[in-house]
Design a protein around this ligand. Structure first.
Ligand SMILES: Cc1cc2nc3c(=O)[nH]c(=O)nc-3n(C[C@H](O)[C@H](O)[C@H](O)COP(=O)(O)OP(=O)(O)OC[C@H]3O[C@@H](n4cnc5c(N)ncnc54)[C@H](O)[C@@H]3O)c2cc1C
Length: 409
């Protein structure tokens, strides 16, 4: 789709406001958010958008249908510098939080599975090593992870421990120069294709993070099949049965739930941006369709009910993008509070899901096929709504922050 085709042409849209004609902004940037971005930020956004348009969109529907992750894209994603792009040093791009957010936005306009892949690699696998690892761990893993030569995953959730990770049962028992891991991690993105798992386990010393290499005896994975969401993403179980790992594989500089929760904050930040990409993709398709689909001898976009749907989608998109951008500015200035991440993750995913469902209805029967991306996005967003803190859990985080009262248990 050409973006200049999205410019509105109604006279009503060019009313005078302050004695001069104000040009109708682009229908996919109604608040000129583009003008709030630096040249570097626009360059990152446009580069990732081009990659998604040229390399991802032509193949992602087939991967979604087949339930496979497009692994062939990994070297290209690495070449673009997207793995750990907001981290400094160790071969990482060291770009701003806003640049990272914009990249997530564009990746998720392609598919939430692709954004999840990049989020997990950068925010959930590389970030804990970068933040809490020994110098030796950083030197050993981060440059190869930035190059996409080593793929990581993040094992926190368990079959009986989801929203309440403090109830985890996986243990790591000290045995001389080793730790012995026992337990199961569930719903782990990239698990089946990861070379390195960052695993959180209970020790005598509280919850600690461990680096477990694929091929370590006692460590196996099995993929989750029959998913109806995030189908172009690998989701797996990690099994540990008397799995001995060297004691130096423990992340030395973090103890307690603060470790995994700080990683989740990083990833949720990217999700808040990513959801705007999925919403934009659905809105653009619905808008285009509404202008060209004829029923009752008129484009369906001329009907008030259809315009109401499009107007709500456009408004929620603008709001979500502004929320994400201010979130990013706060992060770049070191002023980000976790409750702001919860507000943005909750709002932007919730509204993206509503947008996807409304957009689907605009396309009628065509909306349910893979020929259009909308149902794929809608199904994907069901996972995004649940992972990295469910919508409910972020509601409780916000409620606790504004009342000072916990409603978690
Ligand atoms: C596709 C996919 C990929 C994932 N990738 C990863 C990954 O890479 N690594 C990882 O560790 N995990 C991953 N997860 C797991 C994800 O983070 C969990 O699913 C999520 O934390 C919710 O846990 P749960 O599914 O066990 O639901 P539960 O915690 O059992 O919640 C079930 C329902 O109860 C509600 N609920 C729970 N507690 C409360 C409460 N106190 N008050 C009100 N309502 C409550 C929830 O909001 C939800 O609606 C992934 C999940 C999916 C679907």
């Amino acid at each position: 789709m050409k973006f200049n085709k999205l410019r509105g042409n109604s006279d009503i849209m060019t009313e005078t406001t302050t004695h001069r004609q104000v040009q109708m902004p682009l229908a996919n940037d109604l608040y000129n958010i583009d003008s709030l971005l630096s040249e570097e930020e626009r360059m990152v956004r446009d580069t990732v958008r081009k990659f998604v348009n040229e390399r991802v969109l032509p193949i992602i529907g087939e991967h979604f249908e087949a339930g496979t992750f497009p692994r062939g894209l990994i070297p290209e994603i690495a070449e673009l510098g997207l793995f750990g792009m907001h981290l400094e040093g160790y071969g990482c791009a060291g770009l701003s939080a806003v640049c990272y957010g914009l990249a997530c936005q564009e990746l998720e306009a392609g598919d939430s599975g692709l954004r999840s892949f990049v989020s997990v690699q950068g925010s959930l696998a590389m970030f804990p090593i970068w933040s809490y690892g020994s110098e030796e761990q950083k030197q050993r893993w981060l440059p190869r992870m930035a190059q996409g030569e080593v793929i990581g995953c993040f094992g926190l959730t368990e079959p009986d421990s989801g929203s309440d990770p403090g109830s985890m049962r996986t243990t790591a028992r000290r045995d001389g120069d080793s730790f012995v891991l026992n337990g199961t991690k569930m719903w782990i993105t990239n698990g089946g294709i990861a070379d390195l798992a960052v695993v959180w386990a209970r020790t005598e010393d509280g919850i600690r993070g461990f680096l477990v290499e694929r091929g370590t005896p006692g460590f196996t994975t099995s993929d989750v099949h029959h998913k109806l969401s995030l189908r172009a993403s690998v989701t797996s179980e990690l099994h540990f049965e008397d799995c001995h790992i060297p004691a130096e594989n423990m992340l030395p500089n973090i103890r307690g739930l603060r470790g995994p929760l700080s990683c989740l904050d990083e990833a949720r930040y990217g999700i808040a941006w990513g959801a705007t990409g999925a919403a934009r993709a659905c809105y653009e398709v619905a808008l285009d369709y509404a202008k060209t689909r004829i029923q009752f001898n008129r484009p369906i976009g001329s009907f008030q009910l259809v315009q109401q749907k499009l107007a709500i989608m456009a408004t929620e998109l603008v709001k979500a993008q502004l929320l994400a951008l201010q979130l990013g500015r706060n992060k770049d200035e070191g002023k980000l509070h976790p409750v702001q991440i919860s507000i943005a993750k909750r709002n932007n995913v919730r509204e993206a899901l509503k947008t996807a469902r409304e957009a689907r209805s605009v396309l009628g029967a065509n909306g349910i096929t893979l020929e259009y991306p909308i149902s794929r996005h809608s199904n994907n967003l069901e996972s995004v709504y649940t992972y990295e803190g469910t919508d409910d859990i972020h509601t409780l985080v916000i409620g606790q922050a504004i009342t000072g009262l916990s409603a978690f248990s």
